[in-house]
Design a binder for this molecule. Sequence first.
Ligand code: SAM
Length: 295
Amino acid sequence: MRQALAAWPLSRSPRLTKSSINDLLDRHGLAPSRALGQNFLSDPAMIDKIVRLAGVTPGDKVVEIGPGLGSLTLGLLDAGADVLAVEIDRYLIPALTEVVESAAEVGATSSGSVRVLHADAMTVDWSTELGDKPAKVVANLPYNVATPLVLDLLSTQPLLSSFLVMVQAEVGERLAAEPGSKRRGIPSVITEYWGRASVVGRVPPQVFVPQPRVDSVLVRIDRADEPNVDAPFDELSMLVRTGFGQRRKMLRRSLSGLLDEESIAAVDVAPTARAETLDLEAWGRLTRQYCSASD
Ligand code: SAM
């Protein structure tokens, strides 16, 4: 029998729970795909927390990548957002449509709207889809594309002003890692170039159907008005990728094809240091040095 969406609380829109998710999967003949990272949120309180931490207010434009069965979409609609929901799995779309339409029927999502786009978020033409209004990204991201997608959106879509994303704990800690941390890597430096990232919550496996094997975290990234260091992005990105490409090596070795030892030392960076110890300013100095040497 078809299960009603659970009321949560009575004054607000219905939410998906474990039983309504299992019911939707059964009725639509679906099995969660591991390859597509399908772990569906089944905890209304967690959804409220995500929407609150994302700072979504009525009329906000929100991009949700991977809406799945619509757990988070309902929370976003409830907050009055206009949601662009990008889902790769065409088999999920009838179930997702059913969920958002039933919420609209009970009149719970009066102020928000949703447009479902069946597409791979890695290949969407964002400039066409986003228009010219700033938007927030709010998503429980598929694990297999989380890092490249966030870095690509930060680097190419200036209208995306903030991100509140749920990712595997290790991925989230890497996005927000400070210099000197063992998690410091390419994602940390690239993210810091464009904005400020912080881990704002931990998420246990129990809030998902099916349960993943690892913990997740919520990461908030706020885009800065200007890059956080005065250095061209493409060159900085190339140096950072080269430096971390051989992260156990000292910079004089890992960057040897780009900068010699004297040039590294000349901008107050120890040639014997390793990539993970450098702050963004140091990467900026190395980049400017590289650019002036190759002029
Ligand atoms: N937002 C839903 C929730 O919280 O219950 C589902 C999140 S689930 C972790 C990730 C979703 O992303 C799945 O629905 C999956 O099909 C979708 N997905 C995976 N790869 C994708 C891609 N490249 N582009 C768009 N959606 C993708």
